[in-house]
Design a protein around this ligand. Structure first.
Ligand code: C2R
Length: 197
Protein backbone atom coordinates (compact mmCIF):
# COMPACT_ATOMS: atom_id res chain seq x y z
CA UNK A 1 0.00 0.00 0.00
CA UNK A 2 1.35 3.44 -0.88
CA UNK A 3 2.53 5.72 1.92
CA UNK A 4 2.79 9.47 2.09
CA UNK A 5 6.31 10.81 2.05
CA UNK A 6 7.69 13.90 3.74
CA UNK A 7 7.32 15.59 0.33
CA UNK A 8 3.56 15.60 0.95
CA UNK A 9 3.93 17.35 4.28
CA UNK A 10 4.40 21.07 4.79
CA UNK A 11 4.97 22.76 8.15
CA UNK A 12 2.34 25.19 9.41
CA UNK A 13 3.27 28.81 9.99
CA UNK A 14 1.12 29.09 13.13
CA UNK A 15 3.48 30.20 15.91
CA UNK A 16 1.87 28.38 18.82
CA UNK A 17 1.46 24.88 17.47
CA UNK A 18 3.56 22.11 16.07
CA UNK A 19 1.81 20.73 13.02
CA UNK A 20 2.15 18.70 9.86
CA UNK A 21 -0.43 19.33 7.18
CA UNK A 22 -1.47 17.53 4.02
CA UNK A 23 -2.99 19.75 1.37
CA UNK A 24 -6.58 18.61 1.98
CA UNK A 25 -6.68 16.70 5.24
CA UNK A 26 -9.77 14.61 5.97
CA UNK A 27 -8.71 13.62 9.48
CA UNK A 28 -7.23 15.88 12.14
CA UNK A 29 -5.11 14.19 14.80
CA UNK A 30 -4.81 16.55 17.76
CA UNK A 31 -2.59 15.94 20.80
CA UNK A 32 -2.57 17.85 24.07
CA UNK A 33 1.21 18.00 24.24
CA UNK A 34 4.17 16.92 22.18
CA UNK A 35 4.77 14.34 24.92
CA UNK A 36 1.81 12.43 23.37
CA UNK A 37 3.41 12.40 19.92
CA UNK A 38 5.38 9.17 20.10
CA UNK A 39 2.22 7.15 20.84
CA UNK A 40 -0.07 9.07 18.50
CA UNK A 41 2.31 8.86 15.56
CA UNK A 42 0.78 5.41 15.00
CA UNK A 43 -2.58 7.02 14.20
CA UNK A 44 -0.92 9.02 11.43
CA UNK A 45 0.96 5.96 10.19
CA UNK A 46 -2.25 3.92 9.87
CA UNK A 47 -4.05 6.76 8.09
CA UNK A 48 -1.10 7.04 5.70
CA UNK A 49 -1.16 3.27 5.06
CA UNK A 50 -4.76 3.66 3.97
CA UNK A 51 -3.88 6.74 1.90
CA UNK A 52 -6.06 9.13 3.87
CA UNK A 53 -4.64 12.67 4.20
CA UNK A 54 -4.33 13.92 7.76
CA UNK A 55 -2.99 16.79 9.79
CA UNK A 56 -1.21 16.63 13.15
CA UNK A 57 -1.67 19.42 15.71
CA UNK A 58 -0.68 20.23 19.27
CA UNK A 59 -3.62 22.00 20.91
CA UNK A 60 -4.67 22.16 24.54
CA UNK A 61 -8.01 23.05 26.07
CA UNK A 62 -6.01 24.13 29.12
CA UNK A 63 -2.96 25.83 27.63
CA UNK A 64 -4.28 27.16 24.30
CA UNK A 65 -8.05 27.34 24.89
CA UNK A 66 -8.67 30.00 22.23
CA UNK A 67 -6.73 28.09 19.56
CA UNK A 68 -8.55 24.88 20.52
CA UNK A 69 -11.97 26.52 20.25
CA UNK A 70 -11.08 28.11 16.90
CA UNK A 71 -9.80 24.81 15.59
CA UNK A 72 -13.03 23.05 16.56
CA UNK A 73 -15.24 25.73 15.04
CA UNK A 74 -13.32 25.85 11.74
CA UNK A 75 -12.53 22.15 11.23
CA UNK A 76 -15.62 21.23 9.19
CA UNK A 77 -15.25 24.25 6.90
CA UNK A 78 -11.67 23.18 6.17
CA UNK A 79 -12.90 19.79 4.95
CA UNK A 80 -12.00 17.80 8.06
CA UNK A 81 -14.44 14.89 8.45
CA UNK A 82 -13.21 13.21 11.63
CA UNK A 83 -11.16 14.49 14.57
CA UNK A 84 -8.96 12.29 16.75
CA UNK A 85 -8.05 14.02 20.03
CA UNK A 86 -5.53 12.51 22.45
CA UNK A 87 -4.75 13.84 25.90
CA UNK A 88 -3.48 12.60 29.25
CA UNK A 89 -4.28 13.43 32.86
CA UNK A 90 -7.25 15.78 33.23
CA UNK A 91 -8.14 15.20 29.59
CA UNK A 92 -10.64 17.81 28.41
CA UNK A 93 -9.30 18.21 24.89
CA UNK A 94 -11.63 15.82 23.04
CA UNK A 95 -14.69 17.03 24.93
CA UNK A 96 -14.01 20.71 24.34
CA UNK A 97 -13.41 20.12 20.63
CA UNK A 98 -16.62 18.07 20.45
CA UNK A 99 -18.46 21.05 21.96
CA UNK A 100 -17.24 23.26 19.09
CA UNK A 101 -18.24 21.05 16.15
CA UNK A 102 -20.75 18.48 14.97
CA UNK A 103 -17.97 16.37 13.42
CA UNK A 104 -17.36 12.96 14.99
CA UNK A 105 -14.64 13.20 17.65
CA UNK A 106 -12.63 10.15 18.72
CA UNK A 107 -10.92 10.52 22.09
CA UNK A 108 -7.70 8.72 22.97
CA UNK A 109 -6.87 8.70 26.70
CA UNK A 110 -3.10 8.87 27.23
CA UNK A 111 -1.23 7.15 30.06
CA UNK A 112 1.01 10.02 31.06
CA UNK A 113 0.12 10.55 34.69
CA UNK A 114 0.76 8.79 37.98
CA UNK A 115 -2.69 7.21 37.58
CA UNK A 116 -1.69 5.30 34.46
CA UNK A 117 -4.32 6.77 32.17
CA UNK A 118 -7.40 5.82 34.20
CA UNK A 119 -7.85 9.52 34.92
CA UNK A 120 -7.72 10.49 31.25
CA UNK A 121 -9.94 7.52 30.31
CA UNK A 122 -12.68 8.69 32.68
CA UNK A 123 -12.24 12.36 31.73
CA UNK A 124 -12.61 11.50 28.05
CA UNK A 125 -15.37 8.90 28.17
CA UNK A 126 -17.71 10.43 30.76
CA UNK A 127 -19.15 13.16 28.56
CA UNK A 128 -22.44 14.82 29.45
CA UNK A 129 -25.44 13.93 27.30
CA UNK A 130 -25.54 15.84 24.02
CA UNK A 131 -21.80 16.10 23.36
CA UNK A 132 -20.50 12.63 22.45
CA UNK A 133 -16.85 11.57 22.28
CA UNK A 134 -16.17 8.08 20.92
CA UNK A 135 -13.47 6.92 23.31
CA UNK A 136 -10.98 4.17 22.47
CA UNK A 137 -8.65 2.35 24.88
CA UNK A 138 -5.87 4.04 26.84
CA UNK A 139 -3.15 4.63 24.26
CA UNK A 140 -5.43 3.22 21.55
CA UNK A 141 -3.79 5.09 18.70
CA UNK A 142 -4.26 2.31 16.15
CA UNK A 143 -7.94 1.77 16.83
CA UNK A 144 -8.52 5.53 16.76
CA UNK A 145 -7.25 5.56 13.18
CA UNK A 146 -9.26 2.49 12.23
CA UNK A 147 -12.44 3.95 13.71
CA UNK A 148 -11.84 7.18 11.79
CA UNK A 149 -11.39 5.11 8.62
CA UNK A 150 -14.66 3.24 9.27
CA UNK A 151 -16.49 6.55 9.56
CA UNK A 152 -14.96 7.78 6.30
CA UNK A 153 -15.76 4.44 4.64
CA UNK A 154 -19.48 5.13 5.02
CA UNK A 155 -19.14 7.38 1.98
CA UNK A 156 -15.97 5.98 0.40
CA UNK A 157 -16.19 2.66 -1.45
CA UNK A 158 -12.41 2.39 -1.88
CA UNK A 159 -11.89 2.64 1.85
CA UNK A 160 -14.64 0.13 2.56
CA UNK A 161 -12.91 -2.33 0.22
CA UNK A 162 -9.44 -1.90 1.73
CA UNK A 163 -10.81 -2.09 5.27
CA UNK A 164 -12.50 -5.37 4.40
CA UNK A 165 -9.21 -6.66 2.97
CA UNK A 166 -7.43 -5.53 6.14
CA UNK A 167 -9.87 -7.46 8.33
CA UNK A 168 -9.52 -10.52 6.08
CA UNK A 169 -5.74 -10.32 6.57
CA UNK A 170 -6.22 -10.21 10.35
CA UNK A 171 -8.38 -13.31 10.15
CA UNK A 172 -5.76 -15.08 8.00
CA UNK A 173 -3.01 -14.23 10.50
CA UNK A 174 -5.07 -15.55 13.40
CA UNK A 175 -5.86 -18.78 11.54
CA UNK A 176 -2.12 -19.21 10.82
CA UNK A 177 -1.36 -18.78 14.52
CA UNK A 178 -4.07 -21.28 15.38
CA UNK A 179 -2.65 -23.81 12.89
CA UNK A 180 0.89 -23.25 14.16
CA UNK A 181 -0.23 -23.74 17.76
CA UNK A 182 -2.17 -26.90 16.98
CA UNK A 183 0.75 -28.35 15.01
CA UNK A 184 2.89 -28.15 18.16
CA UNK A 185 0.41 -30.32 20.08
CA UNK A 186 0.87 -34.12 19.96
CA UNK A 187 -2.25 -36.29 19.25
CA UNK A 188 -2.16 -37.44 22.89
CA UNK A 189 -2.54 -33.85 24.03
CA UNK A 190 1.04 -33.76 25.34
CA UNK A 191 2.27 -30.29 24.42
CA UNK A 192 5.92 -30.63 25.38
CA UNK A 193 7.11 -28.28 22.68
CA UNK A 194 4.74 -25.59 23.89
CA UNK A 195 5.84 -26.06 27.48
CA UNK A 196 9.45 -25.66 26.39
CA UNK A 197 8.75 -22.15 25.08
P1 C2R B 1 3.10 17.80 29.28
O1 C2R B 1 3.93 16.57 28.93
O2 C2R B 1 3.24 18.89 28.24
O3 C2R B 1 3.34 18.28 30.67
O4 C2R B 1 1.56 17.33 29.20
C1 C2R B 1 -1.32 16.25 27.51
O5 C2R B 1 -2.13 15.57 26.58
C2 C2R B 1 -0.27 15.38 28.17
O6 C2R B 1 -0.64 14.00 28.13
C3 C2R B 1 1.08 16.34 30.08
C4 C2R B 1 -0.28 15.87 29.60
O7 C2R B 1 -1.21 16.95 29.68
C5 C2R B 1 -2.15 16.71 28.70
N1 C2R B 1 -3.02 17.81 28.32
C6 C2R B 1 -4.36 17.74 28.44
C7 C2R B 1 -4.85 18.88 27.81
N2 C2R B 1 -3.83 19.60 27.38
C8 C2R B 1 -2.71 18.94 27.68
N3 C2R B 1 -5.07 16.79 29.04
C9 C2R B 1 -6.30 19.17 27.61
O8 C2R B 1 -6.59 20.19 26.99
O9 C2R B 1 -7.15 18.36 28.04
Amino acid sequence: MARYTTMDIAPTTHPSVTSTVHANPKVAVVIGSDSDASVMRETLDVLAEFEVPAEFRVLSAHRTPDDTAAFGREAADRGIQVIVAAAGGAAHLAGVIAAMTTLPVIGVPMAHSALGGIDSLLSTVQMPGGIPVATVAIGGARNAALLALRILALSDKRLETVLTAYQDSLAAQTREKDAALRSTMSPSGNNDSLAAR
